[in-house]
Design a protein around this ligand. Structure first.
Ligand code: 7PJ
Length: 267
């Protein structure tokens, strides 16, 4: 899954598709074309920065950013488009225009989001986050991070089924970096095989995140090796989808993981 942020302020790639404050559609289409050539099979389009400390955007602003991009990408490419949003209006608008998946860092907890997702009828990624982006990294606390994340995702999955979503349209994401210390993130990562046992496909997003900077001491533009390594390890531990910035390098790493698995399965 290739990340396409259509925000002026995302943490690793903010503003890359902007000329001043106006969005440049051609530069986005070129980036999508590149990501597909590099091996992406899903494109995740987001219009709200959820970096630590970010403030929320209005639904109107988010619609204005995201919907023209979804429309243009859907018209031009045969690829599954995921929209990274918590906003029911963006969900409905994007799926109307051809999006095939919803990715919500708030796990459909906003008013109207569960109903919107059920009406959309597409797969949904439920992500765990403690708190809100504006304050989530201030003092994250858990008694048992793995048990709490798992219980949260199970509760949200039950809410989804009650709202009418199909069980096989639900994906889980532990939400690396969202209200978690380095130790919390590492514990969760080590627990991926345990989470995978639940049967929900796992989506993992660690690409360029600060947990990698905390371990390696590298700035955000120097975290590719750590990102690719973690993507390969996540795949080995049962992740089904990797949400990444460095598509080509990650695709090579995943090809190696897949080759090892295939050889083993044949033995
Ligand atoms: C994630 C996400 C993630 C899912 C972002 C960033 C911050 N959606 N949206 N999982 N992260 N499902 O790209 O680092 O980890 S935005």
């Amino acid at each position: 899954m290739a990340v396409m942020n259509v925000t002026p302020d995302s943490f690793s790639d903010g503003g890359q598709f902007y000329a001043g404050t106006s969005l440049n559609l051609d530069s986005i289409l070129a980036a999508v074309e590149g990501a597909l050539a590099d091996g992406a099979t899903l494109i995740d389009i987001g219009g709200e920065s959820t970096r630590p400390g970010a403030s929320p955007v209005s639904q109107q602003e988010e619609c204005d950013r995201v919907l023209p991009v979804v429309e243009a990408v859907a018209a031009r490419f045969d690829v599954v488009i995921s929209v990274d949003t918590s906003s029911p209006e963006v969900m409905r608008g994007a799926v109307d225009l051809g999006a095939g998946m919803l990715n919500d860092v708030r796990a459909l907890r906003r008013d109207g989001a569960l109903a919107a997702a059920a009406d959309c009828g597409v797969p949904v990624c439920l992500m765990h986050m403690q708190g809100e982006p504006a304050s989530m990294q201030q003092k994250p606390e858990y008694r048992d991070i793995v048990a709490e994340v798992k219980a949260f995702l199970a509760e949200r999955s039950a809410a989804c089924r009650e709202a009418g979503l199909l069980d096989n349209h639900i994906l889980w994401d532990p939400g690396f970096g969202f209200g978690k210390s380095l130790s919390h993130n590492l514990q969760l990562f080590n627990a991926l095989p345990h989470l995978a046992e639940t049967g929900y496909p796992l989506l993992v997003g660690v690409s360029r995140k600060s947990m990698l900077g905390a371990v390696t001491g590298r700035d955000v533009d120097q975290r590719m090796a750590a990102s690719v390594t973690m993507a390969a390890l996540a795949a080995e531990r049962g992740a089904a989808i990797l949400r990444v910035h460095d598509v080509r390098e990650t695709a090579d790493a995943l090809a190696m993981v897949a080759a090892l698995k295939k050889e083993k399965d044949q033995a």
